[in-house]
Design a protein around this ligand. Structure first.
Ligand code: SAM
Length: 291
């Protein structure tokens, strides 16, 4: 017998009698479904994704994300924070699973898995609902392919106070485990929108945004641009091919980051960070006393 349908709530727990399933078997169908979330097909079909780590799960719940399934290691039973999020999950109709280390390792495909992980509902917004305001900076990514780059860009967008990230064309899945890991939790605080190239072009014309393309053939030094004019959209090119001609033609400015040395170009995530912090330099202040 590898599955216990229910157990009494843990000492000091919140009265979730009969609500926690204990699972130790990898062949349990619920576990099989969760493991399948490593595949885009399953994430698309269910509209869900996996996030790892207690703090990240708590932050996501606090920000209103819908948790479908909470999974924690047996060793976490009775811990206050875990019991609290388990009770909240049950109260909202979610599933709570207490699993063995072997099951956690299999789900996360990691030798030292986080002790708390969760399945959340995906959330993106339609581009037509995005109405950029003055002093806002949006990042638009043309066909970004690398999950690590995308995750790093989402994290950087969060840190620099960007308003969101627009994914243009055929991009990597923002809800892949690798991308979510690279965001370090920022996937829950940075709005994401998806659009075809045609829709992005139509939207950027309608909103009148100031679109600054980042391009290796750009004629403008990125530091000489006045980013205070209107809402700014920083448009970044694909890792291999750069920006399409149609996107480059739409840009109000084509900016280049001066380089020296032998490298042809900067990594996409690094280039985005450099552009973004320059574009928001006038809005970013050090907190605390300045030296
Ligand atoms: N072979 C590609 C090309 O010709 O554009 C290189 C693309 S680069 C790895 C990915 C993206 O990062 C570029 O499309 C551009 O948006 C940005 N980027 C990288 N280095 C840059 C630089 N020195 N100046 C402006 N943008 C840069």
């Amino acid at each position: 017998m590898t599955e216990t349908p229910s157990r009494p709530s843990a000492p000091g727990g919140s009265g979730r009698v009969g609500q926690v399933k204990e699972i130790t078997s990898l062949s349990n169908p619920v576990i099989k479904d969760i493991r399948a979330l490593s595949m885009k097909k399953q994430r698309d079909a269910t509209g869900t994704f996996l996030a790892e780590g207690l703090k990240l799960v708590i932050d996501a719940i606090d920000q209103g994300w819908t948790l479908r399934t909470l999974i924690y290691a047996k060793t976490q039973r009775g811990k206050d924070q875990v019991e609290t999020i388990a009770a909240r999950t049950v109260a909202r109709g979610g599933l709570v699973l207490e699993v063995s280390e072997k099951v956690l390792t299999a789900i996360t495909r990691r030798d030292n898995p986080q002790a708390v992980i969760a399945v959340f509902e995906q959330r993106t917004q339609p581009l037509e609902a995005v109405r950029p305001q003055p002093e806002e900076t949006w990042i638009a990514l043309d066909r970004v392919r690398d999950p690590g780059n995308l995750g790093t860009i989402i994290r950087t967008a969060d840190a620099a106070g960007a308003s969101g990230v627009i994914l243009i064309g055929d991009t990597v899945d923002p809800f892949s485990t690798e991308t979510v890991r690279a965001t370090m939790g920022s996937v829950f605080s940075v709005p994401l929108a998806r659009a075809s190239q045609a829709d992005f072009l139509a939207w950027s014309n309608q909103t009148g945004a100031f679109v600054v393309g980042s391009h290796l053939k750009g004629s403008v030094d990125y530091r000489s641009i006045d980013y205070r004019q209107k809402p700014v959209v920083l448009l970044m090119g694909n890792e291999q091919a750069g920006l399409t001609d149609a996107l480059a033609e739409r840009c109000s400015k084509l900016a280049r980051i001066p380089q020296t040395g032998r490298a042809d170009s900067l990594n996409l995530a690094i280039a985005t960070g450099v552009m973004l912090f320059e574009a928001r330099r006038h809005l970013l202040k050090l907190e605390g006393p300045a030296e």
